[in-house]
Design a protein around this ligand. Sequence first.
Ligand code: ZN
Length: 821
Amino acid sequence: MTKRLSFLIFLFLAITTTSAAQSTIPSPKSVLGFNPGDDRTVAGWSQITDYFERLDRASDRVLVQTLGQSTLKRPLIVAFISARENILALPKYKEIQQQLADPRKLTQNLQHDRLLANGKVVVAISCSIHSTEIVASQMSMQLAYELATAQDADTREILQNTILLLIPSPNPDGIDIVANWYRKTLGTPYEGKEPPELYHHYAGHDDNRDWFMLNLKETQLITRLLWHDWFPQIVYDVHQQGSNGSRFFIPPFYDPPNPNISPLLLRQVGLIGHKVAADLQAAGFKGVLTNALYDTWWHGGFRTAPYFHNSIGILSEAASARLMSAATVTTEQLARSSTRGMRNATESSTNFPDPWAAGQWRPRDIMAMEMISARSILEMAAKFRVEYLRNFYELGRANVEGNKVDPEAYLIPAGQGRDEAVAKLVGSLVDQGVEVYRLDRELHAILATPILRRTNPVAEKLGSYRRLANLTSSQMHEVPLGSYIIFLAQPQRTNVLALFEPQIYPNRLTGQGEAERPYDVAGWTLPLQMGVEAPVVMAIREPAGERKLTLLKDANDVRADLALALKKGDESPIKNPVKQPVRVGIYKGWTGNMDEGWTRYIFDTFNVPYTSVHDADMRQGALSSKFDALIFTSQSATQIINGNGVGTLPQEYTGGITEAGVKNLKGFVNNGGMLICFDNACDMAIKEFNLPLKNTLEGVRSSEFYCPGSIVALDVDNKHPIASTLPSSVPAYFINSSAYTAASDANVRVIARYAKDNVLLSGWLLGEDKLSGQIALAEVSVGKGRIVLFGFRPQHRGQAWATLPFIWNALSTAANNTSEE
Ligand SMILES: [Zn+2]
């Protein structure tokens, strides 16, 4: 719509409508029959979208848009909430945001001043990405209603100066999984328990670990909304934590900070967090905690991705009730609850000045705190409008201008093979708004590869971890046309660095000398995880005018370049890499195992057929007649065999594969079947099949060995068929994983070992000697069949594409080995 047209429409509406419409705006209660947050009530996804549709029709402050469909085909919506005149001029404000986000689009200072004078602070609030943290999704309706109807001066200021993008949930499927389960168990002994399945079809809780990889439809749709279209200055992600600790966490965060996050952003995060904490205190709420547990090191969360788009990411974590039922918390439980930055939840400290006394804890309490928090953030945004816009613009400008420390670019050279992985990597970058250029003419460049070494303990203490990776630079290289180049001189400089550099997590120990657990993973370097070569570009010989480069528009551009099939709609264009037809079963228990979900994601993405195998199928047997290969994803032996305890859930969800299932599994392997185990599941195979292997890391204290979510190097024997398509050195994902020694035995064939030298590639590794040289991947013959043991996570979070070929190769050798039982 042109500006003139929208202005005319605005004029027309201003004349013909009055605010009398306010009285006809439906309250959530009038539509749902209860107030959101009432004990033992829950609105499912169709009720939530229905309410927002009604609000859209009734209020000129609200505009609801459908972004697309979720994984299981539910509508994913966003509500724009602002003053009527702003809602009418949304295209204009979107354009202002896009200009502020990329200072190169502005040519004169005058233009910059005009944008700051006219722009609105865009705030995104997202509720219940974790579906069992259900209260915020209910709260979203009340928040929208109050903003749509309130007439007080403070609300008017918020509406005038900000545009709220309210996402009732970025995981609609999960809202229904939890709401249906809650209704089904209401009034039974299982009321308030969590459902025995993943609340995202593939990812479960890891749906909030996908914000740079963009595997999931939900992350793709919202990433487009946030980082292609609207560029919010503030993103608020509303979560819940366990029941027994603080009542509410709000930033500042705990250490360590990610060194690629601008210090200005960390300060702004802290400022908003303290405003929320103060407002909660003023309203009489107790138990608010800051500076604890949650850190900004990891990348890939809803509230961490904004830092790499020059935006402020805020997290809140309210204590949970029992879904929508009240919980009772005792003083003893509070006293036992301790975490980084909080000795226990009964003791006051500067970052936790007013502990909550034990008692009943209701959904209503959670909702009240979340409402105050949301309101508090909007007030800040409204009152400091120009400051937020200016800081956002200035961070983008600094990223474009650069500094003397950073290299010029990262390169993805053409002709390295693994075209699907290159297409996925480049596609993910483009989809999150990173600028990637294709070389249409050769260039000459000095290239370097970062080698991760901890050589400077003083610098580590000072926090300058990032530059500890030594660059081994070499001669001028000819870079072939068809290569991709990612310049650091772009608004997302810090994102490029955070995704391409090796992470060097600082050695952080507790007073007892144990490893201090990071909040999430320590390393994630994307080209390493994906097995894509991506050297640093130190300098380019050709001046800018002599280069021939094309900016990629979307993920299909790179697929077209590499002559791969294009992605149409939902369809995954990747051709099944398994060479022969093979009947694959993937074990799926009732314990909601994310590793199982991601495995299904990878199989669906690569169009490899499989069947989910449930506990009952395992107990029933006749496995050889149905499958050539069975995969057990990372899960403890106890969980696999015993499942959920009797009495903890309705009977159909309790008990694992049981001894009967183990017996059937033995029959399957002895009969010629292939059993593939990932990480923890190997323990079950080793014990039950009495294999001559031992996990050398079992029971080792974290003062001796610790490696949380890091990338390590494997030395690969590519003479073995399972490694035949892989290079001799492969990066693998290790997350408190396993390493083996084997007794000398003709039945054991080692396929890969953790590298002898420089085993850590990205992240954190304490006690390198415990890992180096140990077995990472082995094949063991049992009867007529084989067992393949992965010590690491070959498909971790759908990101570890470097090690996927091991799985496809194993399956390619599994076909037609089984005979009928
Ligand atoms: Zn959460």
